[in-house]
Design a protein around this ligand. Sequence first.
Ligand code: GLA
Length: 394
Amino acid sequence: MKTIKLLTTALVVSLFLSACHSNTSDETTKDDYMSNEDTSATTSNTDAKKGIIQKDWGTTDGKQVHLFTLTNANGVQVSISDYGGTITSFIAPDKNGNKQSIVLGFNNLDGYLAKPPYFGATIGRYGNRIANGKFTLNGQTYTLATNDGKNHLHGGTKGFDKVVWTAGAINANNPQLSLSYLSKDGEEGYPGNLNTTVTFTLTDDNSLRIDYHATTDKATPINLTNHSYFNLSGDVSNTILNDWLMIDADRYTPVDSTLIPTGQLAPVKGTPFDFTTPHQIGERIAQVPGGYDHNFVLNKKDSSFTLAAAVTDSSSGRKLEVYTTQPGIQFYTGNFLNGSIKTDGGQPINQHTAFCLETQHFPNSPNTPAFPSSILQPGQTYHYVTEYKVSTVK
Ligand code: GLA
C-alpha cells in the first residue's frame, strides 16, 4: 500500500500538465511509473505529510540548485526552486478529488535553463516594462538592459528569474520557504544594493501566500511579482478561453504598440476589459488585438489586502482566487505561447493555454508620475502580500 502511494505521488508530480495521462491515484500502474522514471526523479514529498522537503536539483552558475516541496494538511503541494524563485508545480484537486498541477512547469532544471518565458518565476527588480530602458530619478538618468525590443522587460537580461536565490532555514513540519537575493548596485542598470526576501507559505485553507520584502541603500524602482501560468484544467490540451474570470477593476491602463501604458486610466465599462462581473476569457478576446496583456487598476484606495481576481474552470471545477495588497494586476493570456515549448510529456504549449495574473505596480511607473510610485527609498521597507487560493466548485 505504502509503495503504491509512493509511486502514485511520484507519478502525479511528474505528470503535471501532461496530457498523455489523466489517471492520478488508484489507477496508477507500474508501467505508468516506469515510463516516467526519468522525470519522477524530481518527486519530492513521497508521503504527502504536511511540511516541506528539499532535494538537490542540479547546478548552474557554479551553484547548487534545490527544489523544495511544500505540502499542507489537505495534501495540496507546491514545489519551488531556488533557481529564479520559481514555482514549478501547484498540485490541487479537481471537483472529483483528482490532483494535477495547475501551473506550467518542468520537472527538471534544464527546462528552466532553456529560458521559457518566465514560467512560475519570481520577477524583479521590475515586473513588466520600462519604456526605452530608461528612467530618471533624483536628477540622474539610468539606462537599463533592453530585452524586449527597445524596452526593458521583467528585470532585464538576467533578472531575478535567472539567478540562484539563497534559501533560509526550513522547518520540516512547516510548509514555508524563504528565499533571499542581493541584487548589487548597477545590476541590469538599477541603482542601489537591493536586499530581497520572498517567503512562500502554503496554508491549510489552500492558499499559497507570497510575502515580498526588500530594502535598498539607494533609491530604486522595484516591482516584484510572480509569473505563474495557470491552466486550471491541469491539461494544456485545453485552452483557458472557456474559464470564467472576474477582475475587481473599473479601470485599466491602455497600452501602445510596444505594450507601454499610454498613461491613461481608462474605464473598462462597455469594453472587452470589463471583468467586474464574470465573463469567459474567450468571449471578447478577438476584440483585443494580440489578446489580453494589460494592467488592471484594482478598485481600492489604499494598500488593503483584497480579492483582485477570481477564475473558475467549469469542467474541472477548480477555482483560483488572487488576493493582494498591490494596486494593479497584469492579466496575460499566454499570447506569445506558440507550441514551440513542450511539456515534460511532449505536448506543445499553444497560445491561450494558460493565463497569468501578476500582482504589481503599473508598468512603466518610473516614467509615469501619475501612477502610484514604485520607488523604494533607503530606510524604507518594501513589503507586500499576494495569495493564490485554490478551491473547487461543483
Ligand atoms: C508579461 C508581459 C507579456 C509577456 C510575458 C512573457 O506578462 O506582460 O507581454 O512579455 O510577460 O512572455
